[in-house]
Design a protein around this ligand. Structure first.
Ligand code: SF4
Ligand code: SF4
Length: 343
């Protein structure tokens, strides 16, 4: 490591390492140095407002949240994207990002600068007629297809019971109706180039099964029961933070769940952790290693906390990633990231 890099490093913010769940010492035991390598993806969390309030939501989003990405932050993010072609993907998330009044403008301007714009879409927002952002199923579908946005849609299970238990009563039926609309518009259909990926996460205190076997189950069940097709399934581990951590604690299951994650530590998954190749930005322009660190307020720090306003691509690669006990969620089993399994 060069002296310049050393000089830029400061004490990390206080990440929770939980009793007995010190992630840094596990990396040390495995002689792993997990440093940033690139920024392929800029992930923007543009609002914490959501039409749902799911029990596992690490962003603690709900209809009552009011945070929205501010205009100067949006402009600066667009400037970063157009000024550096090393960042190839814009990943827009929330909350329900469609509820931000500038969502469509952001997408339309960003598609001119990056190879791919992905939207993390909860499906039900399409049918939410109480929002003030003009979201409705017809206009949203036309917008997605026209801009060839990649849709990453949450569907925790192909059984109504499990999906509704996690996301709210009635969510499954609406989600299926939304998936059918997306299919009709060409999403998930072979040869259309319109990508529809689904996101699965376990409906309990356990690790996901293999992504390939889950994908094959989802493909069979959704086609047979509902005529729904999709491209890929991304299997995510429930992260032991915020709402899901609260559930674990209320059930006195936190230590057991953490032990499961820690016992399943996979060095290859650690080497593929998404924080090595992305940055995450919050509504105020603060920069983080990933969405989970954002949810915990663990801002990236060089000599000062990093924001989009003092951001430089090359300097950002010199930071030390902020690890904590929650990182065992990314490195257990086949690994987990916003793009699904990592190994
Ligand atoms: S739909 Fe997504 S953002 Fe909204 S509450 Fe559920 S998990 Fe959170
Ligand atoms: S939560 Fe995952 S992506 Fe974020 S810093 Fe930890 S290992 Fe990296």
């Amino acid at each position: 490591m060069s002296d310049t890099v050393k000089d830029l490093r400061v004490d990390t913010p206080a990440a929770d390492n939980g009793a007995g769940f010190d992630f840094a010492s596990v990396l040390e035991q495995h002689r792993l140095e997990i440093n940033p390598v690139s920024i392929d993806t800029l992930q923007l969390n543009i609002t914490r407002q959501c039409n749902q309030a799911c029990t596992h939501c690490h962003m603690e989003a709900s209809p009552n949240r009011t945070e929205r990405m501010e205009r100067p932050v949006i402009e600066r993010c667009l400037e970063i994207l157009s000024g550096d072609n090393r960042i190839k993907i814009l990943d827009i998330t929330g909350g329900a990002p469609e509820l931000h009044p500038a969502f469509r403008e952001l997408v339309e301007r960003a598609v001119k600068s990056v190879k791919k714009v992905m939207v993390r879409h909860n499906l039900t927002v399409m049918f939410d007629d109480k929002n003030d952002a003009g979201v409705n199923k017809n206009s949203l579908m036309e917008f997605f297809t026209r801009n060839r946005v990649e849709v990453i849609a949450s569907l925790p299970h192909y059984h109504e019971f499990f999906t509704d238990r996690q996301r709210g009563t009635g969510v499954f039926k609406i989600s299926i109706a939304a998936l059918q609309l997306l299919n009709r518009a060409g999403y998930g259909q072979e040869g259309s180039g319109l990508v529809l990926n689904l996101v699965y996460n376990p409906a309990g205190f356990f690790l996901p099964a293999s992504q390939a076997s889950l994908e094959s189950d989802f493909r069979r069940e959704l086609l047979n029961r509902h005529g729904v097709v999709f491209n890929h399934l991304l299997a995510l581990t429930n992260m032991p933070i915020n709402r899901f951590k609260g559930q674990l604690e209320r059930s006195a299951a936190y230590p057991e769940y953490m032990s499961k994650l820690k016992d399943a530590f996979n060095p290859e998954a650690a080497l593929n952790a998404m924080c090595r190749s992305q940055m995450s930005v919050d509504c105020h322009g603060r920069v983080y290693d990933c969405d989970f660190n954002q949810a915990l307020g663990l801002q990236s720090i060089l000599s000062v906390p990093v924001t989009v306003f003092n951001f430089s691509y090359d300097e950002f690669l010199k930071r030390r990633i902020v690890f904590g006990a929650h990182c065992f969620g990314c490195t257990a089993g086949s690994g987990s990231s916003c793009g699904g399994a990592t190994t």
